[in-house]
Design a protein around this ligand. Sequence first.
Ligand SMILES: NC(=O)N[C@@H](CC(=O)O)C(=O)O
Ligand SMILES: [Zn+2]
Ligand SMILES: [Zn+2]
Length: 356
Amino acid sequence: MTTMSIRTPDDWHVHLRDGAQLEQTVAATARSFARAIVMPNLVPPVCTVEAAREYRNRIRAATPVGASFEPLMTCYLTNDTDPDEVATGYASGVFAACKLYPAHATTNSSHGVTDVRRIHPVLATMERIGMPLLIHGEVTDAAVDVFDREAIFIERVLSPIVRDFPGLKVVLEHITTAEAADFIRESRDQVAATITPHHLLINRNAMFQGGFRPHAYCLPVAKREKHRVALRQAATSGSPRFFLGTDSAPHPRAMKEAACGCAGIFNAPVALEVYAQVFEEEGALNRLEAFASEHGPRFYGLPLNAGRVTLTRSPWQVPDVIEVGGQPVVPFLAGETLAWRLDTNQVHHSPEVSQR
Ligand SMILES: NC(=O)N[C@@H](CC(=O)O)C(=O)O
Ligand SMILES: [Zn+2]
Ligand SMILES: [Zn+2]
């Protein structure tokens, strides 16, 4: 197959950052995706309806002319989140979901939740109104090996949440382990997961190839090969519980190539092309559309996009560096050649025309 057309996809997990970075981050995402779930881990975090509304306005103002892109906003949960604020934001269409960061688990999570019991009233409200809970699923216990933090989180934190709030919609974000894939598969229908392009492509060896490779470092950190294989199996299985979420997370090059480098991979410039490559390698190109464009909106209860995008088998080289907000950022797969190219001469259609 040399050309493939699929319903316009959405990105169910992205970091657009803020300020001068928005122009490039929004363009990079809007290039391939009609909608995106926008992570709230700004400094300070997006914790109120007002802050989310203003952030959404800044994203809209930064959206390239002619592109139709809809940012779906999230509320950063803290120990003190007010259930009424969450319900108001959801009812008014500002919040699409809430995001749970265990305190200190990842980039800009210092205001995160220290004990899930603190947010039980919020979770009860979300369960009642049908609002999804999105989770960065890693324990922060220093005694737990960094490569085990997701699996232990599932045992200690996620299982109890899923059990205690049996009607709550839950998305375990950016899964990296066979344990996570198994947990989702064995859970109830309202429990799903996003899978990134990088976790489908690399295992933890990528961080140590001939020296330390900070641009392959993200959280949750890439795991052993057997986990990558399990993620590929999950993503291409056709199960509606797994859907596309890039976790594109740019950091300036100087912040990555440092004594204490930031976690995060900027993959928006290559994400859809990488997913296409992975699905092709797995002999599952016919399931790419469902993973990229159908499972997510169905889970969130949103209409499918009406437009289509075209991918062509036509090699191109990923730039070594991309300017984001005036600072150099090294994209995922910098300098490498990709097999699939997205035809960017196309107009995205808003999801007005619904088909469930
Ligand atoms: N994934 C990452 O490694 N980093 C993300 C935060 C996150 O999604 O955990 C970031 O904001 O930089
Ligand atoms: Zn995360
Ligand atoms: Zn993320």
